[in-house]
Design a protein around this ligand. Sequence first.
Ligand code: GLA
Length: 385
Amino acid sequence: MNSIATLVLKHFGENFSGSPKLYFSPGRINLIGEHIDYNDGFVMPAAIDKGIYIAIDENQTDTLHFYAIDFNEHFAISIQDIQINNGWRNYVLSVVNEFKLLGVSLKGFNCVFGGDIPLGAGMSSSAALEGGLAFALNEMFSVGLSREDLALLCQRAEHNFPNVKCGIMDQFANMMGKKDHVILLDCKTLQHFYFPLVKEGYKIVLLNSKVHHSLAAGEYNIRRQRCEQGLAILRSLLSIQSFRDITSADELEIGKSAMTLEQYNCCKYVVEEIGRTKTAAKLLQSNDMQGFGKLMYATHEGLSKLYEVSCSELDFLVDQAKLFPAVIGSRLMGGGFGGCTINLVEATGVENFIEQTIIAYEQQFKFHSEAYIVATSDGTANLPL
Ligand code: GLA
């Protein structure tokens, strides 16, 4: 058994009695399609083998007990008293609250969790925590929700107590991930297709800038607002419903004078990224990895200059990547403002790229970055004991 799973069970045994069930809930990567899940776009995420392990058992009371190993924090609350709190508590309590809103009568439980997914690194530790708990509660109390229902429940949970108005990508990847596959998800309809991700001769490398990003800081919601306001203007001028209906740059120009520069830039990025992701899916299917990589670079440019969710550390990492012929694409991944870059790298050049970039990063910023070679996993699941 994985060492974190063992640790989680050990802590459960030390804190509570009973025989818990164990769950693994993965983080995610996203190949392309950034900040367009809440804009009716397409995204290409995959669940990864880093995530959160949860041990959980009913306790025959009406109290919920949590122990977060990574923070060494205990928290207990009666089911009747569930309300907004802070930090990791908001994620777990908001999930419980969503079950309550569905009219499900939950009972008390004991829950211990810990993980190996770096927090705030853009790999969606929050969706992993929400998904793991929601999946466990769904099983434990025989609620009968499907994986898709659970993903939507977790998205609502993230909107509610943590107040991050996220799209569906992270929660969907967390529930619906399939080992060795990437999901092409239409975020408007939730239609999805699985593509094999393992490409002969290439590796996906994440470089963690170690700049802590927090979506809760509000910038994420501001980007979403800019898009909504821009779209409202475009809808009043064009016969379109959503960004995906805009097919030419000229159409976008029609709304320009009625928008602020920030709104216009965000809309421009979204329209371009929707187009890029559609093209990228075709390139991936036809094994054109070089073409795919170029689109990743273009996405970064848009995220940095138009959407304004990058930072100097992430820009530096992408600029470094361009110096290595083995790196065929690089960009910031996830919400931005810190966290990781995702890099598509020829396998033979991976070691050199990682080594050199980590040195250059440290020289520039005087702190370490960290590299992970990505392995994919299935979505959230019960683990045999
Ligand atoms: C975060 C959100 C997602 C998505 C990404 C950006 O991870 O949770 O819904 O918007 O940022 O693509």
